[in-house]
Design a protein around this ligand. Structure first.
Ligand code: ADP
Ligand code: GLC
Length: 479
């Protein structure tokens, strides 16, 4: 299959969250399975391409978005998979991947039109155009509006993957001319247009040949009003074609045996290194290291989705009574940052909040912590619990979305299960999960069992990419 994969972030060139990890690993594994996969992303000013030998594949490209004109180029980097960058400084030199600027819609419309131009200028006739999230969600509609008779795209089918339904790219309908689709405005959802809105993700749902979410449970949840964020009627209308495919893990990047970011490699057979990493983590963060004291970790964007506000009511009391340690890496909403700064001040020997983004520290927390906390309100897939399982860092999660599909409640009677999973998203739920984990930790043999159960799980992309291949094959009527 020839696949064009379009995303706003790809590790290691730009990353705010899991989308970047998926956009690097899934195409790589599809490529290794023999498909011809090209990835396209914007070239942000912060993107480090110094280790790539960039080659210009489209030297002069004028992107027209309504009355706006942008000079652009497309570069190719020799990497695995082959990566293409849309270079357009007027749009992407903003010091950030996402902005609240007035032209945010144009920044990502350019990416969709850049994708078409890349195919046209390089003679690449994709079997599959794989669009990710709202940033690329108008691409299927653009293909249907302008390219059904274009021989290059004659047999192209489109896939839209929803990584997070809460980010929809909803704009005032004043931007309609910028989409270049004003002449075919009947193709837009008419009620929405009358209400003065253009919603990119909605039109992806309407026009993509296949739609998937990043876990089976989330694919079901978003078809109901609680998690549908207003789009559930449209998802229900397509329910026979909306599938859930759990993300995989790039075990080349995320394995304790060969993680280049951690000082002490370890494995399921020999966990000695894990304890040494814990010591390195505590010492590095200025916390006292005391053998036998459990360490709970969090690595997260600090946003409402992640449910961390629940910790305000339970953590101080639990920290006081149980004496464990707690390390948080993340940044985001000020209220949440303040909450963790306050906890750090109140419990200086137990809590460390590292505000920021740090890939090496994220790896060290996965390796050094005993438990990993994800009380997400909703979680389309979640990668950190998958990483945690492999690192023997027992996940404590809210039973939702991909967390429900990847963490099974530990049962001390049977010795089965990989973590602690609470049903109710409230303070009592988090308290229950944390207390159950802390209690289990006290019995070393039982704890070892949970740890080993988790480390034995296989969420590799070698397995998960086959589900995307099935989807692609179905669209192309190939089996
Ligand atoms: P989401 O995409 O909703 O943020 P995921 O669990 O799918 O959630 O993916 C989060 C990814 O981003 C993980 O690879 C995680 O390690 C990384 N990450 C999040 N916050 C930080 C941070 N502050 N520093 C380093 N990595 C981070
Ligand atoms: C989104 C979701 C997260 C998912 C990631 C990659 O950012 O919030 O749950 O793992 O995309 O698909």
């Amino acid at each position: 299959m020839k696949v064009l994969f379009v995303a706003s972030e790809v590790t290691p060139y730009a990353k705010t969250g899991g989308l970047a990890d998926v956009s690097a690993a899934l195409p790589r594994h599809l490529g290794r399975a023999g498909h011809d996969v090209r990835v396209l992303m914007p070239l942000y000013d912060r993107t480090d391409t110094s280790r790539l030998h960039l080659e210009t594949v489209v030297p002069e490209l004028e992107l027209r978005l309504g009355r706006h004109r942008y000079a652009a180029k497309i570069f190719r980097g020799a990497s695995d998979p082959e990566i293409h960058f849309l270079h357009c400084p007027a749009l992407y030199s903003r010091g950030a991947i996402y902005t609240h600027d007035d032209d945010e819609h144009r920044r990502f419309l350019a990416l969709s039109y850049g994708a078409i131009a890349l195919c046209q200028r390089t003679g690449f006739a994709p079997d599959i155009v794989h669009a990710n999230d709202w940033h690329a969600a108008l691409l299927p509609m653009i293909l249907k509006a302008f390219h059904t008779r274009d021989p290059l795209f004659a047999t192209t089918r489109s896939v839209l993957t929803i990584h997070n339904l809460n980010y929809q790219g909803s704009f005032s309908s004043h931007i309609l001319p910028d989409t270049n689709l004003a002449g075919v405005s009947h193709l837009f959802h008419q009620d929405q247009l009358r209400a003065g809105r253009v919603n990119f993700l909605l039109h992806g749902l309407l026009y993509a040949d296949a739609v998937n979410a990043v876990s089976p449970t989330y694919a079901r949840e978003i078809q109901g009003p609680d998690h549908g964020v207003g789009l559930d009627p449209f998802l229900r209308a397509r329910s026979s074609t909306v599938v859930g495919i759990l993300n995989g893990v790039d075990y080349e990047e995320w394995s304790p045996e060969r993680d280049r970011h951690i000082p002490h490699p370890y494995s399921r057979d020999d966990l000695t290194g894990k304890e040494l990493n814990k010591e390195a983590l505590c010492t590095g963060l200025g916390l006292p290291y005391v053998k036998g004291i459990p360490l709970v970790g969090i690595v997260s964007r600090l946003v409402r989705q992640k449910g961390l506000d629940l910790l305000e009511a339970v953590m101080p009391d639990l920290l006081r009574r149980n004496g464990f340690q707690f390390v948080v890496l993340g940044s985001g909403e000020k209220g949440l940052e303040d909450l963790f700064f306050r906890m750090q001040r109140a419990f200086p020997r137990q809590v460390c909040f590292y505000r920021g983004f740090s890939e090496p520290l994220a790896h060290l927390i996965e390796a050094g912590a005993d438990m990993f906390l994800m009380p997400s309100r909703y979680e389309p897939c979640g990668l950190n619990q998958l990483y945690s399982l492999r690192y023997g860092t027992v996940p404590i999660v809210h039973r939702t979305g991909g967390l429900a599909d990847s963490v099974t409640q530990f049962d001390p009677r049977t010795g089965e299960g990989t973590g602690f999973s609470f049903e109710q998203h409230d303070a009592a739920g988090v308290r229950w999960g944390l207390e159950a984990a802390l209690r289990t930790y006290r019995d070393a043999a039982t704890w070892r069992r949970v740890v080993e159960n988790g480390m034995a799980q296989d969420f590799s992309w070698e397995k998960q990419r086959k589900l995307y291949e099935l989807l692609y094959n179905r669209l192309q009527n190939r089996q």
